[in-house]
Design a protein around this ligand. Structure first.
Ligand SMILES: [Zn+2]
Length: 387
């Protein structure tokens, strides 16, 4: 009796909870629809770019025409997502490695898997929502107050950086056709990005690949040299992710020379594949994100291995909060934050993240006073009428 009346009394409340649960679950079940719906909403919103170009001709000005760009940056806040991907589950990876159990996909490690289709959707959503990818080098340059590189991007863009860790499955694969010729798998990360860049003029091939030698980079021994060189040819960046992917912070505690060995050995491997182009590699990616104050200090001073000195301008962390913006005074180039990406974190911490950094919106110089008027608004209302 008592139980029944409890249910009756609280029926509407219980129904409400059930409804919330259903909505929550259906979001995951209908994930594909959810993405498509998101895209169509975003597309509608983004149509405003047409208006933007049109209005500009009629007297709206692009802030990049001014010299006092630093003034605009001063007032801006907001974070920059640095996206960290691991395994891209391509059809080839699925049938040759997952089905055959060469890769074990378990509850514990499935967060490292993103399918080719979802990766494509991520790029599409980011682009349509006004996000533009910049390189890690460009990220560092804005943190140092150098802004010249961003004239290529639409004012009001949100910025993000793409990174791939461990040179693992589905990131950069060659396939062979009937004639025995090799080609880049159009479903691997590199293949997807090459195609995406053709369709989207402001998307650049500038992702950073953190490569270690615990396994053969990208799992095709015969093509390592070709792939590493191709990455640089395309404009991608290569980061030193150490020789055997051991925790550098722990090695440092035992003996700092072990850190130099791990990094130096990797540099020698890179040099054997890239020759003089090894000089492009000037950043570290901490295995498992492990770092410490002493380790950062050690890297800052540069390392010596086999009589050679190596300098590193920055080091990236593993999972954590969004990366800092150019106005942050506590920026640490040896602990750059990143977001580990799967479909859940992508929506929560990138697409729906609050307070993201945007490139300065349009700015007006009033004719009477020659005064620069800074307008800090979001993308949808950044047009300013000239009087
Ligand atoms: Zn790693």
């Amino acid at each position: 009796m008592k139980k029944n009346s409890f249910i009756k009394r609280n029926l509407s409340f219980l129904l409400l909870i059930l409804l919330f649960a259903l909505v929550f679950i259906s979001q995951y079940i209908m994930f594909e629809d959810y993405f498509d719906e998101k895209i169509s909403k975003i597309t509608k919103k983004y149509d405003k770019t047409e208006k933007l170009e049109f209005e500009e001709k009629k007297g709206f000005l692009n802030q990049f025409k001014f010299n006092q760009i630093e003034e605009v940056y001063e007032s801006l806040t907001g974070k920059i997502p640095i996206l960290e991907y691991h395994i891209i589950e391509t059809p080839n990876v699925y049938s040759n490695y997952i089905l055959t159990k060469k890769i074990k996909k378990t509850k514990d490690n499935e967060r490292f898997f993103v399918s080719s289709d979802d990766f494509r959707k991520h790029l599409e959503i980011l682009y349509k929502k006004g996000y533009r990818n910049i390189s890690l080098d460009e990220y560092l340059s804005i943190m140092k107050g150098q802004t010249k590189d961003f004239r290529r991007l639409t004012p009001g863009s949100k910025l993000y950086v793409l990174t791939f860790d461990d040179a693992t499955f589905g990131q950069f694969d060659f396939l062979t056709n009937d004639k025995g010729e090799i080609f880049i798998d159009p479903d691997c990360a590199v293949g997807i990005m090459i195609e995406f860049a053709k369709q989207h003029p402001e998307f650049k091939l500038n992702a950073a690949f953190s490569i270690d030698f615990e396994n053969v980079p990208f799992h095709q021994r015969e093509y390592v040299t070709k792939k590493l060189n191709l990455l640089l040819d395309y404009g991608f960046e290569i980061l030193n992710h150490t020789y055997s992917h051991k925790s550098l912070a722990r090695l440092y505690k035992k003996n700092p020379e072990r850190v130099s060995e791990e990094i130096g050995k990797a540099m020698e491997m890179f040099e054997s594949h890239l020759g003089y182009r090894v000089s492009h590699i000037n950043k570290i990616c901490y295995p498992n994100g492990d770092n410490s104050e002493e380790l950062k200090e050690y890297l800052f001073n540069g390392i010596v291995y086999n009589g050679k000195e190596y300098k590193f301008v920055a080091a990236i962390d593993a999972e954590g909060p969004l990366a800092l913006n150019p106005n942050e005074t506590n920026f640490d180039p040896y602990a750059i934050r990143r977001i580990e990406i799967n479909n859940h974190t992508f929506l929560t911490y990138v697409i729906n993240a609050k307070g993201l950094y945007t490139l300065p919106p349009l700015v007006l110089r009033t004719p009477e006073t020659e005064k620069l008027v800074k307008i800090h608004t979001n993308f949808s209302i950044d047009l300013i009428k000239i009087r």
